[in-house]
Write a protein that binds this ligand. Structure first.
Ligand SMILES: *Cc1c(COP(=O)(O)O)cnc(C)c1O
Length: 359
């Protein structure tokens, strides 16, 4: 078996221990005589799996009792519609646009009401997080929306916006469970799990109970109502059973490692190795304002397209996979989520140093 260091932005690496456990339970899950993907979601065994997954998620994150944890389908992108359909009762919402994912959410919301862009960092190709301490927020907006870690551009909020009393909605897809968060600061946060937690297709949404309402926008499909999922314990229809099981294993893995405080330290140490090198390198350069640099996605450039192509190709030949930057920005990007071991980053930096010496 030879595993590569996979720097993909998502789907991304999963912890080896989790993959091994899943493999060992594949043919016969704990004496049930079948794999988790073959069993009824209404059965006792699966009920245990989903309940334990939710319980461990709550423990890990510290979710208070007045918040629901929902396992939903359609990835993070479906949430771009579910948020306005369920929360935009005044048909007005404020969006801070710090990258493509925030922009997509903003454009989606505009289909249902008035989406107001209250701040943006598009003027400098999304290379920073705007000052959100005193934004002009219309009084009657239903919520303020952010994308907390910008996967493509490599920026991350380390201070949440001052929403001036409005509900905060946050897309945490690419920094999900990467550090502790204060749940009570949010009305809703959600993420697709394929970056930091599990297989693609599943989203986890954490929503304050009083925001789960009956009077959603007219025409909201049943499957897109938070209430239906909340009332049915995320089992209104067949959930992404196997994905939820894998997420559950990842939650256990995180707990064994000391939870989110410990994983944050580990992620900080990993990111520092890479950023320190980018700061000193004469060949490679980071593209993001220092104080906004993401712990998860690290974009960098050489500035010479041919040499960048050569670097990516040569890196791949040496077991460092998926370092090509997003198609819209070019250059390189190393995604170093929870499951990327620190050795992967150390070895990548050694490889980059070597490449620099040769060029
Ligand atoms: C990947 C990503 C998405 C889209 O996730 P899908 O599950 O593919 O819909 C949305 N937001 C952010 C921040 C992402 O990184």
């Amino acid at each position: 078996m030879s595993r590569v260091y996979n720097f993909s932005a998502g789907p991304a690496m999963l912890p080896e221990e989790v993959l091994q456990q899943a493999a060992s339970e594949m043919m016969d899950y704990q004496g049930s005589g079948m794999s988790v993907m073959e069993m009824s979601h209404r059965g006792k065994v699966y009920d245990g799996i989903i309940k334990k997954a939710e319980e461990n998620f709550r423990k890990l994150v510290g979710v208070p009792d007045n918040y629901k944890v929902l396992f939903l389908q359609g990835g993070a992108s479906t949430q771009f519609a579910m948020i306005p359909m369920n929360l935009m009762v005044n048909r007005k919402a404020a969006y801070i646009v710090t990258g493509q994912w925030a922009k997509k959410a903003y454009q989606e919301a505009a289909m249902y009401g008035e989406a107001i862009k209250i701040a943006s960092s598009e003027d400098k190709t999304f290379s920073y997080i705007p000052d959100c301490s005193d934004l002009d927020i219309p009084e009657d907006v239903d919520y303020v929306y952010i994308c907390e870690n910008n996967t493509i551009y490599g920026t991350e909020y380390f201070t949440l916006p001052n929403t001036k009393g409005h509900i905060l909605v946050s897309d945490v897809s690419s920094n999900f469970l990467s550090r502790p968060i204060d749940v009570e600061k949010y009305g809703v946060f959600f993420g697709g799990v394929q970056k930091n937690i599990g297989p693609a297709g599943l989203a986890i949404a954490v929503i304050r109970e009083d925001l789960i309402r009956e009077d959603v926008l007219p025409g909201t499909p049943t499957m897109l109502r938070y209430k239906i999922h909340a009332d049915n314990g995320s089992m209104y229809n067949t959930p992404s059973c196997y994905n939820i099981y894998i997420c559950g294993l990842v939650f256990e893995w995180l707990m064994k490692r000391g939870g989110l405080t410990e994983i944050e330290k580990y992620n900080q140490a990993k990111a520092k190795i890479l950023y320190d090198y980018l700061d000193e390198s004469k060949l490679f350069k980071g593209t993001v304002r220092r104080e906004d640099r993401s712990l998860m996605n690290v974009p960098f450039v050489i500035g010479d397209k041919d040499m960048e192509a050569e670097f990516i190709k040569s890196a791949e030949a040496n077991g460092f996979i998926a370092l090509k930057g997003h198609r819209t920005v070019g250059g390189m990007r190393a995604s170093i989520y929870n499951a990327m071991p620190i050795e992967g980053v150390q070895k990548l930096v050694e490889f980059m140093k070597d490449f620099e010496v040769k060029h």
